[in-house]
Design a protein around this ligand. Structure first.
Ligand SMILES: [Zn+2]
Length: 73
């Protein structure tokens, strides 16, 4: 996705910065815990279409790394 376009996009709810998840092709608002999907390179910024993330996902995205989850149980 175009970096310049990405930097212009903000969350429609809180007007905060979004985080681009390349693997999931989603734009993440960690504040609202919403993931906006990118379809064919075009971000769908409708709140009604956004995916509500789980608490676990929110923590992962906020931490910036999904690869360091420990195996605690
Ligand atoms: Zn937001």
């Amino acid at each position: 996705m175009d970096k310049q376009l990405l930097s212009m996009l903000v969350c429609p709810l809180c007007k905060g910065k979004l985080k681009y998840d390349r693997e999931a092709q989603e734009l993440i608002c960690t504040f609202d815990g919403l993931a906006y999907q990118i379809v064919d390179g075009v971000p769908n910024m409708l709140e009604s279409d956004a995916r509500l993330m789980t608490e676990e996902e929110k923590l992962e995205k906020a931490a910036g790394s999904t690869k360091q989850a420990s195996a605690e149980s």
